[in-house]
Design a protein around this ligand. Structure first.
Ligand SMILES: NC(=O)c1ccc[n+]([C@@H]2O[C@H](COP(=O)([O-])OP(=O)(O)OC[C@H]3O[C@@H](n4cnc5c(N)ncnc54)[C@H](OP(=O)(O)O)[C@@H]3O)[C@@H](O)[C@H]2O)c1
Length: 316
């Protein structure tokens, strides 16, 4: 099968399209014939080898035949002996390390049946970004109906889902984005949109019960000015590095406002929550550019620029 293989850290240009063996399915895994794979900021971090923590997963001191990609939609091709939820031929979406390949394997708990109203490209866009938004807002942020929620980076992969999910939780939502994305963020249901080229949300405007920060360009101290006295910041950014997240967390120990880092965990139950929201028309993936498998280096470089409008998808 064809796959995008990484053998060094640095630039996406060093990635190679190679012919390799199909992965063997383990007892608790399913193997998926990949129809579409979506990219995340994490794929760019894997290629760069920074933040350093990614090297623990990708390979130390350098990667060895690491297959990139994490989000897929496709058709189940084979199931392990202990798999009981899926059968060959099922159409699924989920999280699957090694997604930039014709076939990929992962534990059955990382998949669900694809929402009926989405294409493969749209379904592949969902897992990591939408689970991050859902678990951040619902679990870490404990959003309640009527609360004021601000999404910084509202036009990106996580942000476009976060605006829609926060609305579905009953929040009054403010999205922060650049001028070209104001209409997009409003069309996703945001009650208010702040154009960051014109206005700084930390400078004396309204106060928010929760800020989901997908950008990391504001310190916890600055965000505190835009939080209610018991408000919470969710620092959700690999771009700003672990130092940013840990500093915000340490500072929040001494004040009533909280900084609560969280890590997205793929699981079937939450994919089914998203499937319900999608089939009910409350959440729709926003797709930016599409690429072919051999164009993956270009796609990852684009994601690395940090200005995607929704999700970037590789179509097989
Ligand atoms: N906690 C977890 O487990 C977890 C899981 C997945 C991802 N993440 C993190 O989530 C973060 C966001 O990921 P993503 O996929 O949404 O990234 P993305 O798709 O690259 O989106 C970034 C967005 O940020 C906007 N932006 C850039 N500068 C901005 C500014 N100064 N103010 C407001 N918006 C700005 C960009 O819009 P413009 O073009 O308009 O500037 C772009 O739409 C990443 O850092 C990633 O590490 C965390």
């Amino acid at each position: 099968m064809k796959a995008i293989v990484q053998n060094e850290y640095g630039s996406p240009e060093a990635l190679q399209l190679q012919e390799i063996d199909k992965p063997e399915v383990k007892e608790t895994q399913i193997r998926v014939r990949v129809r579409a794979a979506a990219l995340n900021a994490g794929d760019y971090f894997s290629v760069r080898g920074s933040p350093w923590l990614v090297r623990l997963m990708v390979g130390f001191p350098k990667p060895k035949n690491y297959i990139l990609g994490w989000d897929v939609a496709g058709e189940v091709d084979e199931v392990g002996k202990k798999v009981n939820r899926f059968h060959p031929g099922d159409i699924v979406f989920g999280s699957c390390q090694g997604a930039l390949a014709e076939y990929a394997c992962a534990a059955e708990e990382q998949f669900a049946i694809k929402p009926t109203n989405l294409t493969f490209e749209q379904a592949a866009a969902v897992p990591t970004a939408a689970l991050t938004a859902l678990q951040g807002l619902r679990d870490a942020g404990k959003v309640q109906a009527g609360q004021r929620v601000l999404i910084n980076g509202a036009s990106g992969g996580v942000g476009t889902f976060a605006v829609q999910i926060a609305k579905s939780l009953g929040a009054e939502v403010t999205g922060v984005c650049s001028t070209r994305n104001v209409d997009l963020v409003r069309s996703l249901g945001a009650d208010h949109v702040i154009d960051y080229t014109q206005e700084d949300f930390t400078q004396g405007g309204p106060r928010y019960d929760l800020i989901l920060d997908n950008v990391g360009n504001r310190s916890f101290s600055e965000c505190r000015r835009a939080l209610t006295p018991r408000g919470t910041l969710l620092p959700n950014t690999g771009h700003a590095g672990m130092g940013y997240v840990l500093t915000a967390f340490a500072r929040s120990v001494f004040v009533r406002q909280q900084s609560r880092p969280f890590v997205e965990t793929p699981n079937t139950q939450d994919l089914l929550v998203l499937k319900d929201l999608i089939e009910a028309g409350k959440v729709t993936p926003v797709l930016d550019k599409m690429y072919r498998l051999n164009e993956s280096p270009k796609a990852i470089a684009y994601v690395g620029e940090g200005h995607a409008r929704g999700k970037v998808v590789v179509v097989l």
